[in-house]
Design a protein around this ligand. Structure first.
Ligand SMILES: [Zn+2]
Length: 254
């Protein structure tokens, strides 16, 4: 009786030779030797930044006792965290290859063109862009526009103002629009004349996207009325400055 190739996994052969008795001849039989299971432990992947190329994925296994190749089955990655399949092929053919799943975070945003939406009444402007590699990736920013009156409205004529919306996200461009300020009503002007401090006229936005007349809103207190306050503030600072100068001089008089 002799054996061949029966140490390694694969097909082995056994040869039986009889030379005595009733049976004379050789009988050959084959049998399979199954490869031994091979542990890889837990498979993890490092985060891939700014790439969706599977070649950029670094897979790691906690059990590295057997040499071999750990590879991803997928040929494409999706933007975000997703589940992928790995296969491990041991170098030693006596060990079986294994497979499993691994979560991989890979991001490469493909941002679409930003869209800008002015709120009804123009109180705010919202910018938004969506990643075409994953629609769940959205960047949004809503800002209050800065308002500048370019033509003051009178009781005879309408006025004009420019609204400018500036975003922190550099991907969003500054948006501006011109709005028409309605004529001042005679009563509101009379009231304004009576009062020593300027009253805030109520303007109605006449922008194309707002049809409702209920969109009336008041001028922010920081825009026009803040300007006359500035000289007073400067005057106050000058007085303060003088006071400090006098104090600073004091020690030299002694
Ligand atoms: Zn994305």
């Amino acid at each position: 009786m002799s054996y061949a190739h029966n140490v390694n996994a694969g097909t082995a052969t056994v040869t039986i030779t009889c030379e005595e008795g009733n049976f004379i001849g050789t009988q050959t039989a084959t049998f399979r030797i199954a490869p031994a299971p091979c542990s890889v432990g837990t498979v993890t992947a490092a985060v891939v930044k700014d790439s969706l190329n599977p070649a950029d994925v670094v897979l790691k296994r906690t059990d590295t006792s057997r040499p071999g190749r750990l590879a991803l089955k997928e040929t494409k990655l999706s933007c975000g965290t997703n589940t992928y399949h790995w296969t491990f092929t041991p170098k030693d053919a006596n060990y079986a290859s294994s497979s499993g799943t691994v979560k991989i975070t890979a991001t490469k945003h493909a941002w679409g063109k930003p869209t800008y939406t002015w709120a009804k009444g123009d109180g705010s402007c919202a910018a938004k862009r969506v990643c075409s590699n994953n629609s769940k990736h959205v960047e949004e920013e809503t800002v209050k526009p800065v308002r500048k009156v370019t033509t003051e409205p009178t009781t005879e004529h309408t006025g004009k103002a420019t609204l400018t919306a500036t975003f922190r996200n550099g991907a969003f461009k500054t948006q501006s629009k011109e709005i028409t300020l309605p004529k001042l009503s005679k009563t509101s002007q009379a009231e304004a004349a009576k009062s020593s401090t300027a009253t805030q006229p109520t303007y109605t936005s006449s922008a194309s996207n707002s049809t409702s007349t209920s969109d009336a809103y008041k001028l922010p207190a920081t825009s026009d009325s803040a300007q006359p306050v500035a000289p007073i503030a400067i005057a106050g600072m000058v007085v303060l400055g003088l006071g400090m100068a006098i104090r600073a001089r004091k020690p030299s008089w002694r």
